[in-house]
Design a protein around this ligand. Sequence first.
Ligand code: ATP
Length: 444
Amino acid sequence: MEKIVSLCKRRGFIFQASEIYGGLNGVWDYGPLGTELKNNLKQYWWKVIVRDRDDVVGLDGSILTHPAVLKASGHVDTFTDPMVDCRTCKARLRADQLAEKNGAKQCPNCGGKDLTEARPFNLMFQTQVGASADPASIAYLRPETAQSIFVQFKNVLDVSRKKLPFGIAQIGKAFRNEINPRNFTFRSREFEQMELEYFCRPEQGMDLLAYWLKERIRFYEEIGINRKRLHILDVPDKDRAFYSKGTFDIEYEFPFGRQELEGVAYRTDYDLRQHIKASGKPLDYFDEETKERFVPHVVEPSAGVDRTVLALICDAYDEDSAPDEKGKMETRIVMRFHPRMAPIKCAVFPLLKNKEALVAKAREVQALLRPHMNVFYDEGGAIGRRYRRQDEIGTPFGVTIDFETLGEKGEELRNTVTLRDRDSMKQERVPMKDLVEIISSKIR
Ligand code: ATP
């Protein structure tokens, strides 16, 4: 894991937030490459879940949330983790994550066994809205994106004219004041979620739970996560929310253990009913054909953006060997991102930077590719070194412009370039005019 964390910083995937002031615990900033990676993930999720389907529409809800929403959803009263204090070193700890030694729970910081009784700690961040600091001005930063979907259910239904089953999807920030943020970005206090609430008739719930689990596993395969490192946990009755009739956790084998990436839960009609009760508003559905009026049930695939980005990074990290400038084998760090997810799709290199005609041609290739993908132009250093820098950030394709491209080694080679594949390191000569199609077909 240290190698991955250090690569993330060195190459600009992820930085500690407020780093120059000592950092803010559990909060992270994404650097230039991390931002591209994260955007690629979110865009692909949006494409698969919303754009490619007729039965799902999007929402972009607010982060600041009325306390009544989170009172009705149960978050104000029960969104807690059990917390204990270590009396020896004063650390605050999550009671359910403590290791035991000889039957006694132990502080992971100092080894102390003098711990307080566990008490519930609410994970929500509270803030004040407006200038006066009275209880009526309390609002919360949302702890999940789902609640605005339930609260806006009727509005979205009315404007989209969808019939059951249909879904509302959202990507956005969520905030939880985690007692122990840890494992790099895995458990953060500020993070992003990609959530779908898929509404249906009650009798469809269990089948749709199975359907969405399958869809979601396919998604992880499509973004290049190794299926062997994905696991499905059928959450047992005693660990499930009381209103859920079935929940699957999709887990990934991180270097620090097998941990949840996404929960796929059949939440029945719990959320809509809670909001009907608390607001007095009719969040129900009228079936034109059967003339029935009822409260829809919902299946929720809820994924973490940051956790998936971390899984993509862990899954892509690899070391193999490649020849250096003198042909001596050396260790190569290579991020084997699926081309769909790779932050940069293609790097463009003029063979030499002091030959004007090569540079001009390379700029022409860059301009040719740019409308279709994220390209990177690099003319600095030996070509092998330039390849290596791209391997380390997972750029799947490299295009080199050489004297053949200029037609100096025969007319038949004019306007052809070498296209290098990151994984096999093989190079092939292709006409410049075919580049867009060859690369685009692999990154779509
Ligand atoms: P955990 O048990 O790991 O705290 P959870 O079961 O509370 O997670 P959910 O409430 O089901 O998580 O949230 C859905 C998804 O949101 C999770 O599967 C995860 O990907 C993401 N998520 C939740 N909490 C965090 C966090 N603190 N940091 C990063 N991502 C998170």
